[in-house]
Design a protein around this ligand. Structure first.
Ligand code: ADP
Ligand code: MG
Length: 352
């Protein structure tokens, strides 16, 4: 109850906006559930390019506003800075939800991974300077390790708050230029199990390229949670039982895989990998046995990178990309994995 009073009071004292306050800029994205623009405040012409982002969303916008409000209070550093969300119903046949965030930066992880420069382009972003050390597997591994640590840290924040994202993919991870870290965006498919918001999974929202093999986040045996926020005391039990957070871990494992293997970074090659893995009954060790003997340099490089330091990277990948949710590590346990024992990028910059 207190939480809701607090939320209400906080909301009263925050600036509130309406449609006419914004000047629309460049379109950043368009999905089936909304359009995203870079915008600026009408009364603040100094911000010429637009220091905000606007999503005009369909009916799912209501859930996305709820999730962003919750993240802002509970684990703000995990996601893009949320400013405000409201129902916009003037001059429209159907209502729209408008969501406003701070503009975090130009590049998503998808943009960065697709570049020929990856992962050195990320190193430059994080360290803010060009490295003088020789390029090579060891250095690439440290950069990828640093990115994975940031993603898992953000995920741990969400999961500790009771939120499962369900659409973790490079397109939904943005590089925040201010904090020089990766943050999660797009909570449109997220679910908040502790209060039963958006409890009934909308499978059609899930991206099949990054989705874990389980169809439903919770087993179909679990009774539907009430749609009003009263299930708080009950939900942690369900959480323990079903480990819905491990859905995101599988997706994060696929991101790790794509960063390690240049040959798996394109959409087509990821789709092909998913097909091969399914044929191996989701046993990634079996997959390795079938592809490694006859693989080209684009795949071999990935195995070499993951085999560094006694294969500790491969060990972590194996414990994230698993068929059974309960056999996957949690975000917190992943962060404690020995793969992260070595200092990452920061150590590299001190070595100069
Ligand atoms: P969609 O539902 O269309 O996938 P997203 O929330 O993922 O909507 O946003 C679409 C795109 O807009 C992102 O891929 C990213 O390029 C950009 N974007 C979204 N939020 C921000 C932000 N806070 N800062 C900068 N760019 C953003
Ligand atoms: Mg998205």
């Amino acid at each position: 109850f207190d939480m809701f009073v607090l939320a209400f009071v906080e909301r009263l004292f925050r600036p509130s906006y309406r449609k006419d306050d914004f000047v629309l800029g460049k379109k950043l994205g368009e999905g089936s559930f909304g359009v995203v623009y870079r915008v600026s405040l009408a009364n603040k012409p100094s911000s010429k390019e637009g220091d905000l982002v606007l999503k005009k969303a369909t009916e799912y916008g209501a859930v996305e506003i709820w999730m962003n409000e919750r993240v802002r209070r509970a684990c703000a550093s995990s996601c893009a800075d949320f400013v405000y969300g409201f129902l916009e119903s003037s001059s429209k046949k159907s209502a729209e939800y408008w969501l406003i965030w701070r503009f975090e930066g130009d590049a998503t992880l998808a943009d960065l991974v697709q570049s020929r420069e990856f992962p050195y382009n990320v190193e430059t972003l994080i360290l803010g300077e060009v490295q003088a050390l020789p390029k090579g597997l060891e250095r690439e591994n440290r950069i990828i390790q640093t990115i994975m640590r940031q993603i898992l840290f953000a995920l741990d924040g969400l999961h500790s708050t009771g939120i499962v994202h369900r659409d973790i993919k490079p397109q939904n991870i943005i590089f925040s230029e201010d904090s020089r870290t990766f943050k999660i965006i797009d909570l449109g498919a997220a679910t908040d199990l502790r209060v039963g918001i958006n409890y009934i999974p909308k499978e059609f929202l899930l991206d099949p390229r990054y989705a874990a093999p389980e169809q439903y986040i919770m087993s179909t045996q679990t009774p539907s949670a009430p749609s009003v926020p009263v299930a708080t005391a009950l939900s942690p039990v369900l959480w323990q039982l079903n480990l819905p957070d491990r859905f995101d871990i599988y997706s994060a494992g696929l991101i790790f895989l794509q960063m390690a293997f240049p040959g798996l970074r394109s959409d087509n090659s990821l789709v092909q990998f998913n097909r091969q893995l399914k044929r191996c009954e989701y046993d990634i060790v079996a997959w390795r046995k079938t592809v490694e003997p006859r693989c080209g340099p684009e795949l071999r490089r990935g195995f070499e990178l993951l085999d560094l330091d006694g294969g500790i990277g491969w060990e972590l990948l194996k414990s994230m990309v698993r068929y059974k949710a309960r056999q996957r590590l949690s975000a917190k346990a992943s962060l404690a994995h020995p793969y992260f024992d070595r200092e990452g990028l920061l150590a590299l910059s001190f070595m100069q």
